[in-house]
Design a protein around this ligand. Structure first.
Ligand code: MN
Length: 241
């Protein structure tokens, strides 16, 4: 039981100097490693490859990125929706289902909580400023705790953070709308925007957050480090079975 858990980290493709390249923010791989995991970048492949690519993995980290195609949750596309990556959407939807089948511990961050919600039948708020006029600002503060979130007392998230309210960074213009099947909201911003959701049963460790804990692991507050540590523990338990 001495080996560190192996974690698959989702990524995107982007044209850089005219060549499509696979990329993920280094903050994810660094945060995983700092919490004692072995990070492996998982490229967006064919959805039929999703289950096979999780073989040998102890956990899945769904990362941030592009807006999800609203057609996947039955909505007409709002004018603010941009950068849709259809292959990534399809692959990650399949990953969520494969992870659920495999009971693979899953940490879903930003776009990750959104794709998990959509894969499980939920919807999204496509653009917070347009659809939620009284909302506070959720965009473009990557390196500071810009708003608070209130944690649902009995949630896995509140227990693992050992807190009722925490401060978070915020880099999103979309949010979870109606919850997908099997999910419960675990964190809300003061304006009511959903900032956390998780699987309700004990049979699958799926914890989703709308903020970016990977950007905050060097701060004085322990919450984001605790989130990655809890994910590492769940992944370690998984392969101990
Ligand atoms: Mn936010």
């Amino acid at each position: 039981m001495s080996r560190p858990p192996a974690i698959a980290i989702t990524s995107t493709t982007e044209f850089i100097r005219h060549v499509p390249r696979v990329r993920a923010n280094e903050a994810y791989t660094q945060a995983a490693r700092a919490a004692g995991m072995r990070p492996y970048i998982l490229p967006p492949l064919d959805p039929r490859d999703a289950d096979d690519m999780l073989e040998g993995m102890d956990g899945l980290m769904l990362t941030g990125g592009e807006d999800i195609d609203p057609a996947l949750y039955g909505a007409a596309r709002h004018a603010t929706v941009e950068d849709v990556h259809s292959q990534r959407d399809a692959f990650e939807m399949a990953l969520v289902h494969a992870a659920r089948e495999r009971k693979l511990p899953t940490l879903a961050i930003c776009r990750g909580i959104q794709i998990a919600n959509v894969a499980l039948g939920g919807t999204l708020v496509q653009d917070i400023p347009s659809e939620w006029p009284d909302a506070l600002s959720h965009e473009n503060v990557r390196d500071q705790r810009t708003h608070t979130v209130l944690l649902a007392p009995s949630s896995r998230l509140a227990k693992l953070l050992d807190a009722q309210e925490i401060g978070v960074n915020s880099v999103h213009h979309q949010a979870v709308g109606q919850l997908g099947s099997g999910l419960v909201a675990t964190a809300h911003a003061p304006d009511g925007i959903i900032e956390g959701a998780e699987w309700t049963g004990d049979d699958w460790w799926l914890v989703g957050v709308q903020w970016h804990p990977e950007e905050m692991i060097a701060t004085a507050e322990p919450w984001d480090r605790q989130l990655f540590s809890a994910f590492a523990s769940a992944a370690r338990e998984r392969f101990a079975l």
